[in-house]
Design a protein around this ligand. Structure first.
Ligand code: C5P
Length: 428
């Protein structure tokens, strides 16, 4: 199916100037293998990273480089070049190319083509993490998304400049998949989630969900009524918004959310270990209903009924995952979010809990019997931050998850106070 989506399609590839330009060569090969015809524009900066000869050898066409190249203009004017394609792909899309496209600058062949095209444009950004996170680039990203430009990546990881974070260009296979999605969605008219605006792209987010089971013996355990639905919905929403998402799940009867790495555990101890293994992350959301206690000494063998009921079950406290990661000195996530299931004085108790556990936000809900929240499909929450309480109406757990994702994206957005603080601390 996906293979056929590209058969005979004409892709105009704009190769910008970045170290990731070498990956554009692999992308050309993959596109051709999938049956697409590729024509390439190489910017002046792009030609510092890959040679025109390697690009033209692969495309088996001339490489389009200069706006005022009379031969090219005579053979194929820049307007026609932009129209004579089914899709324009910019990879790597540098901060400069994104800025030009946002503001309609047209002083070279690549930017002129982006302004002149009447076709869809897909960008694969690649730049230094500070450049990517800069308020200007994020503003440009927002504007371009609004204007209908589609994005794939960037990924987070080690950068050529020695820094770590979001800014690495998506891998050629991922760009190819996004291109296939573009064409597939053209016929269906529905934009796939992979191409929807992804404000959390480049962020790693960890979620704990579900109950934990604390064994008494090999067959019996202590548990609670958590269904895991809210945590799973959050994981799905974070992934849809572009985050690299890891879900540490206690025992639940739910399928893995699409695009999410799921680590299944049973006990609180295992949940803590699995969580620590995933650090560093940008955001940790502790939605799990972790059992407060575990059995002191669980029996290796099944306790025999014939021996009579145990006269006592000695319990010890479980580790508090939320508190542990909130108190971390080195690997503390930039944003730690806890949940508070309360049955009375919901906001007051949750505010106290936020302070006690030292997390940044608490999502509080009333789980009194009769609310139907425990195990149900809806939730009524209050999102408590350092200086605010946000009361949300009753929403489906999916909607709560989406709204939480948007709030997290806004928190990391350049205009927010938190972002300014973060940038200040980097400068000091
Ligand atoms: O203390 P309480 O269980 O009410 O706190 C709820 C919050 O703390 C939730 O975010 C829950 O995931 C987290 N928690 C935890 N580890 C525990 C107990 C609670 O992470 N052992």
């Amino acid at each position: 199916m996906a293979f056929q989506a590209l058969l005979g399609k004409r892709v105009l590839l704009v190769i910008g100037g970045g170290i990731a330009a070498y990956k554009a060569l692999e992308l050309i090969r993959l596109l051709q293998k999938a049956g697409a015809k590729v024509r390439a524009i190489l910017t002046q900066a792009g030609a510092q990273f890959v040679t025109p000869l390697s690009v033209s050898s692969l495309t088996q066409d001339q490489v389009y480089r200069d706006l005022f190249d009379l031969t090219s203009e005579a053979e194929m004017g820049h307007i026609q070049l932009s129209r004579d394609a089914d899709l324009v792909v910019v990879a790597p899309a540098t901060a400069d190319l994104m800025a030009k496209a946002t503001h309609g600058l047209a002083n070279d062949l690549a930017s002129t083509t982006l302004l002149a095209t009447d076709k869809r444009v897909l960008m694969a950004p690649a730049m230094n993490v500070r450049m990517w996170e800069h308020a200007t680039t994020q503003r440009n990203l927002k504007q371009l998304s609004k204007d209908g430009v589609l994005f794939v990546g960037p990924d987070a990881g080690d950068m050529a400049c020695g820094e770590y974070g979001p800014g690495r260009m998506a891998e050629p296979a991922a760009i190819l998949a996004a291109i296939e999605d573009c064409f597939a969605s053209e016929s269906s008219g529905v934009l796939p989630a992979s191409l929807a605006p992804q404000p959390l792209a480049g962020r790693k987010i960890l979620i704990t969900a579900g109950p934990t089971h604390e064994p008494i013996d090999p067959v019996r355990y202590i548990a609670n009524r958590s269904s895991g639905k809210q945590g799973y919905a959050i994981a799905a929403a974070m992934s849809e918004l572009g985050a690299e998402t890891v879900l540490i799940s206690g025992p639940v009867q739910l399928p893995n959310p699409v695009g999410v790495k799921v680590v299944r555990v049973e006990t609180a101890e295992e949940m803590l270990k699995a969580t620590q293994k995933q650090l560093p992350v940008d955001v940790a959301i502790c939605a799990a209903a972790v059992a407060d206690w575990k059995v002191d000494r669980q029996s290796d063998q099944k306790l025999k009924k014939s021996k009579g009921a145990p006269t006592q079950l000695s319990l010890t406290e479980n580790p508090d995952i939320l508190k542990t990661i909130s108190h971390m000195k080195k690997k503390r996530p930039k944003l730690v979010i806890g949940f508070a299931a309360e049955t009375e004085d919901v906001v007051k108790h949750a505010q106290e809990k936020r302070a006690r556990k030292k997390c940044d936000w608490i999502v509080a809900n009333d789980v009194s019997p009769g609310t139907g929240i425990m195990g149900g499909d809806h939730n009524t929450v209050h999102v408590i931050t350092e200086d605010n309480v946000d009361d949300w109406p009753s929403l489906s757990k999916e909607k709560v998850a989406k709204k939480l994702g948007e709030k997290i994206a806004a928190h990391f957005a350049p205009s927010s106070k938190a972002k300014k603080d973060r940038v200040e601390s980097v400068r000091v």
